[in-house]
Each structure stands twice: as structure tokens, then as C-alpha cells.
Design a protein. Structure first.
Length: 277
């Protein structure tokens, strides 16, 4: 997957990308979005390509404290449903953070990027990261010990001005020491230029402050009622469509979201949408 600058040479093929009729009211057409970017000096956009073929478009708005706001994101209707849901979206977010200092905690080895350097040892990752100052660094620890994750959070908080991504966060945010270091990032990281992307297949097992302090929430379909009930407290009753109809207590007549479809909510504006990867 590649993200290319939009020029006169590829403008028409990006403008011609469209979503399905049922998705049109969730996202503006690409021509309008590109025009908005042109009028906003703090924003930029890219075309998404797969093997040289245009498949999608996104725009980003740069905000204070090293925060990048995903303004628009779409995948052409003919190329939707090709990914693997949560992991695919996470990898696309990582690729979109080109030129930004990013650390990824990935003990399940779900991240793959030709631009990233993968480490099994945290100390070695810190040495290389400190010397380069920028770039993508993926830690895939063999032991996934309490001390490793605690140090990952501590060192990230100490340095600041970076994005921290944590895959399957519910698996290690269970012990008090780990939770304490993670809370420092969630509650006090923004003034230090730290953004956090927390990924989990079991949202009900996450600490409440993950959702309380979140700015953007993406959720794919779920299988456990406990996870939907947890999200409902933050996102409203619409999240019941994430569960199979026969397991719901609400919205039983609504069809379940198709494969690779996600429910999105901007927690600042309370605007939501349904998208697909």
C-alpha cells in the first residue's frame, strides 16, 4: 500500500473514486474534500494506492501539540472488504504517519511496514530511536513481561513528541504497575506532544479512561454483549449494530454490519459515521 501526493497527473483518478450509495451521506466526495484542503494551510491529503491502482483517499489536519486529525477517509466501493478489519486499519494508520516519530508495542506481531524497524529488545530500540529522532520503531518483545511494557511507557513519556501505538492493549493493562505508567501517558501525555493509539479486540477489558480521554474511536463488529455494553456507555445505543442480531437487546431489526465495516465516532464533536476497509 502506498500513499501518493495528489497532483494534476493523478487528480482525475482520485476524484473518480466513490463510495456506495448507502455510504454517500457519511463522507463528502473527493473533489470537495481536495478543495477544502486547498483552502486550509494546515491540512494535506493523499491518494491511497495498491500495486499502482488508486483505491482510496484521506485528508489530515495538523493540530497543536503534534496532533494529526484524520479529517476524511474513504475507500472506493470496488476495493472495500479487502482487508482484515482492525489489523488492516491499524497498519494503514501507521503508514499514514510518515515523517512522525512512532513507537509500536506489538507482541502479537500484527504490524508490517517496510518503513519501520522491528526490534525484540527494548534497550536496542531506544538506542536506535534516540539517534535517529524520527521514524517508525516496532517492538515485538519475546517475553511481553510487565517490566518491558512499563519501561516502554516510561521511556516514551520521558522523551515526548511521538505517537505510541499499542496492539491488544487489554492483554497487558491489567496489572497496577502497568496501568500507572499507561495512565501517565493518557492523562498527561498531550502537553508533552504524545498521541496514543490503543488497539483492542476486547474493549470491555480496557480501563475506562481509554475511552474517556479518546478523541477518535473506531470499532469493528463484536461477538460479546459485554463489549457492546461497555462501548454503549461512551458511544450510544447505535453500537448494538456491531453485535449479531440474535445476541442483541436493542436494535434487533437492524442488520449487522458487514465484514470489514467499522463504526466511527469523533468524541469531540459527537459526529459519527460507518466506514469500510
Amino acid at each position: 500500500m502506498e500513499f501518493n501526493e495528489i497532483t494534476l497527473n493523478n487528480l482525475s483518478e482520485i476524484v473518480n473514486l466513490t463510495v456506495s450509495k448507502s455510504q454517500e451521506h457519511f463522507v463528502a466526495d473527493n473533489c470537495y474534500s481536495i478543495a477544502q484542503v486547498g483552502l486550509n494551510p494546515d491540512s494535506w491529503c493523499r491518494g491511497e494506492y495498491c500495486n499502482g491502482v488508486p483505491v482510496g483517499f484521506f485528508s489530515v489536519q495538523n493540530r497543536p501539540n503534534n496532533v494529526a486529525y484524520i479529517w476524511r477517509y474513504m475507500i472506493d466501493k470496488n476495493h472495500q472488504g479487502k482487508g482484515s478489519g482492525k489489523s488492516y486499519l491499524a497498519n494503514q494508520l501507521l503508514k499514514g504517519l510518515n515523517g512522525i516519530h512512532v513507537w509500536v508495542y506489538d507482541f502479537n506481531q500484527q504490524f508490517h511496514s517496510s518503513r519501520a524497524i522491528v526490534f525484540n529488545d527494548l534497550t536496542k530500540m531506544l538506542e536506535v530511536s534516540d539517534s535517529a529522532k524520527r521514524g517508525h520503531y516496532i517492538l515485538q518483545p519475546h517475553d511481553n513481561s510487565e517490566n518491558t511494557f512499563r519501561r516502554f511507557c516510561e521511556e516514551g513519556f520521558k522523551r515526548g513528541n511521538l505517537v505510541l501505538m499499542m496492539d491488544e492493549a487489554h492483554s497487558f493493562l491489567t496489572k497496577q504497575k502497568q496501568l500507572k505508567e499507561f495512565n501517565n501517558i493518557i492523562l498527561s501525555g498531550r502537553p508533552r506532544g504524545i498521541s496514543c493509539i490503543t488497539i483492542s479486540s476486547r474493549p470491555a477489558s480496557l480501563p475506562n479512561n481509554v475511552l474517556t480521554n479518546a478523541k477518535h474511536v473506531f470499532s469493528f463488529k463484536l461477538n460479546l454483549e459485554s463489549d457492546v455494553k461497555f462501548l454503549e456507555g461512551f458511544l450510544g445505543s447505535d453500537v448494538w449494530v456491531l453485535l449479531p442480531p440474535d445476541k442483541r437487546h436493542k436494535l434487533k431489526d437492524e442488520p449487522q454490519l458487514p465484514e470489514h465495516t467499522f463504526f466511527y465516532r469523533d468524541m469531540d464533536t459527537d459526529n459519527g459515521m460507518i466506514g469500510k476497509v
